[in-house]
Design a protein around this ligand. Sequence first.
Ligand SMILES: C[S@@+](CC[C@H](N)C(=O)[O-])C[C@H]1O[C@@H](n2cnc3c(N)ncnc32)[C@H](O)[C@@H]1O
Length: 377
Amino acid sequence: MSAHAAAARDERELLAAGLEASGALRSRRWTGAFTTVPRHVFVPRFYAGPGEDGEYELLDGTDPGQRERWLAEAYQDEPLPTEVEDGGAWRSSSSQPSLMARMLEALEVTGGERVLEIGTGTGYNAALLCEGLGSGRVVSIDIDAGLVETARGRLRQLGYSPVLAAADGAAGYPAGAPYDRIIATCSLPRVPAAWLAQMVPGGLIMVNLYRELGGGALALLRAGDGQASGHFAPFFGGFMPTRTVPPGTAIETITASAGQDGERRKTALAAGMLGDDAFGMLAALRLPGVQKTGLLPDGEPEQAWLTADDGSWAYQAEGSGTVVQGGPRRLWDLLEEAHRDWDALGRPGRGEFGLTVTSGGEHLLWCGDERRHEWPI
Ligand SMILES: C[S@@+](CC[C@H](N)C(=O)[O-])C[C@H]1O[C@@H](n2cnc3c(N)ncnc32)[C@H](O)[C@@H]1O
């Protein structure tokens, strides 16, 4: 074995041991997969950073001067962006290994399940699925045909042969249906009806519901009778959005608000609460289409803005205890309403919330096993 191969083996054994120690890996099946599949093969080039200057640095495994650092960073428990747009947004990445591990464990496979992955990306997660379940049970699709072909070559090089296709995950992949599991590694604003139609009864769907406010809401839904229902994961499970999500309009709305009279009033709710693990998720789910933007006006305290595509806006200057709102809807009132509900429920954690997607496509958010409180979202 070459020194490079031995170093790579050591790195992935260290990664798997770390994931086991943190509790992210719990089974022999997935620990074995992380110990076996070489992540570096799937990320021959990735971006490190951003640094303090906001810039990313490309690390290239074929550059002898970078090789050692590239290999070590490829096995850190970090997401690795492989394609970054001019503004800094990620177009594709290898997801954070601990999140991948937690998701694979939460799929509760016992062997024999057929899995559809949405978001092939580098192909690393597809390789883990192939290692854990066998290539014949894995289908993986990505909207980007170039990524799919690159992943195909890497997977083949390692002896894996899942079905791969370039397709929009919103339609699932009917040719490979039915599936026992669907796992999405990009986020979508809704659970597509096509997924429900392609699941076996009792199968599981795992997807991060895309919200402009983030929130990392990772739903684990059991399918049956044309609907699907289940709790959100107790951990943050945020992914990059499907490429079909339109760009936000926050800056345009903030600029337009300058010519409008806003309503100013006192509020007991600080914008910082959006950073709370559980309330942040609830707020994101309850306020679809609402974006948060931080502004730092010259010599003034930071402002937290909420904006929506219908031209609604609200902002709070840090520490002011005051909110100013304008446009057709009062976004801060909606945020406060969600906070009141959360408080009344005893401030439950993210894993106490759940989601039901009905056969008609309605998305109902609820809390507690008894599901007494339901909000359409
Ligand atoms: C976080 S990356 C996936 C990481 C991947 N599972 C891996 O192991 O490397 C998200 C991927 O979702 C893909 N994607 C975005 N929108 C999609 C869509 N509508 N359908 C299918 N794939 C999509 C992107 O091209 C990107 O490669």
